[in-house]
Design a protein around this ligand. Structure first.
Ligand code: UFG
Length: 337
């Protein structure tokens, strides 16, 4: 496939992996990012990996004039919209910030796209829109409920897209609901390494492995799961990136919207993930069992059948590969290379 694609939030964790997948598939990629949660050296690293220089514009997604200027400079065939805030706990403390960035940013982007005559958009949604799922594995038509402000912003964004598409058939939206992204690029040059103490399991395990954090606190071992700890559908970020490429290929080929879960369909417990990371880094990582974290569900994994059937998408990488690639990236990062 060919075409020029704008990646908002393209220097972030999922955005940067998707940039590589798109460039390798033959697309030209332009990045918009405010670098509030991305490292400044990501564009250089993308060039090291792909051998292609990636134009990168530092811009807040809510800055209508800044976004319009990027659309004036490049002629885009489609947009992939990652730029958003994503910490569930923080969203409950600062709901207006989350609504402003996630929903306000989307509206600014859609306005700029409409004025520029660009009507294809792949949107980063989340399995969080399913709330506490009643059916496992979770299909796309499961009931939707917002258990956090973060989830509310994703649900509201999906509804904004539905309203726009209903009013103007030129819009083609690819909505992708991610389960739990994990791992890093095979080069070891890009991955997830948040600046603050991580909330999520994988980056937290990485910090325990380096010794920066003393131990993992396992949030509850009395769940209704085989080993009592929470079970999630971890999907390798390179598989997730491949899903975006397929979604984009399909939007460009058909100009028809779609909605898919991106997951593996398999669940892994916190203790299984801890053991996989221990094997990756070569030592038994310390942990303690703590109380449950408010709002956590016991078990949660995708029904990936629709994405496989209609998009040809299959996530094949294992938790072992997620932990090994994460550790290779963290080691390189700590060694300064
Ligand atoms: N966990 C721990 N200790 C930690 C961190 C996490 O035991 O220090 C456990 C959690 O209790 C849970 C599992 O590890 O059982 C995964 O937790 P994460 O915080 O990594 O991920 P969540 O499943 O809670 O949420 C993630 C994203 C959300 C997204 C959701 C969609 O953070 O943005 O997946 O499924 F909405």
């Amino acid at each position: 496939m060919s075409g020029r694609i704008l990646l908002t939030g393209g220097a972030g964790y999922i955005g940067s992996h998707t940039a590589i997948a798109l460039i390798e598939a033959g697309y030209d990629v332009v990045i918009l990012d405010d670098f509030s949660n991305a490292r400044p050296d990501v564009p250089d690293r993308l060039e090291m990996i792909t051998g292609r220089s990636v134009p990168c514009h530092r811009c807040d997604i809510r800055d209508a004039a800044g976004v319009a200027a990027i659309f004036a400079r490049h002629r885009f065939d489609a947009v992939v919209h990652f730029a958003a805030k994503k910490a569930v706990g923080e969203s409950m403390e600062r709901p207006l910030d989350y609504i402003n960035v996630n929903c306000g940013g989307l509206l600014t982007l859609l306005g700029a796209m409409q004025r520029a005559g660009v009507f294809r958009l792949v949107f980063s949604s989340s399995a969080t829109v399913y709330g506490l799922p009643k059916v496992l594995p979770v299909p796309e038509d499961a009931p939707l409920v917002a258990e956090s402000t973060y989830a509310w912003t994703k649900l509201a964004s999906e509804q904004i897209l539905a309203q726009a598409a209903a009013a103007d058939p030129r819009w083609a939206f690819g909505i992708l609901r991610y389960f739990n992204p994990a791992g890093a690029h095979g080069s070891g040059l890009i991955g997830e390494d948040p600046r603050d103490i991580p909330n999520n399991l994988m980056p937290y395990l990485a910090r325990v492995a380096t010794g920066e954090l003393a131990r993992l606190e396992v949030f509850g071992d009395d769940y209704n799961t085989p080993d009592g700890t929470g079970v999630r559908d971890y999907i390798h970020v390179e598989d997730l990136a491949a899903g975006h490429r397929l979604s984009l290929d399909d939007l460009i080929a058909t100009d028809r919207g779609h909605l898919f879960n991106l997951g593996t369909g398999k669940g892994t417990s916190v203790l299984e993930m801890l053991r996989a990371y221990s094997r990756a880094c070569g030592r038994d990582l310390p942990y303690v069992i703590g109380p449950r974290r408010a709002g956590d569900v016991d078990i949660y994994y995708a029904d990936p059948a629709k994405a496989e059937r209609e998009l040809g998408f299959r996530a094949t990488r294992t938790p072992e590969e997620m932990c090994a690639s994460s550790w290779a990236f963290i080691l390189r990062r700590r060694n300064g290379s």
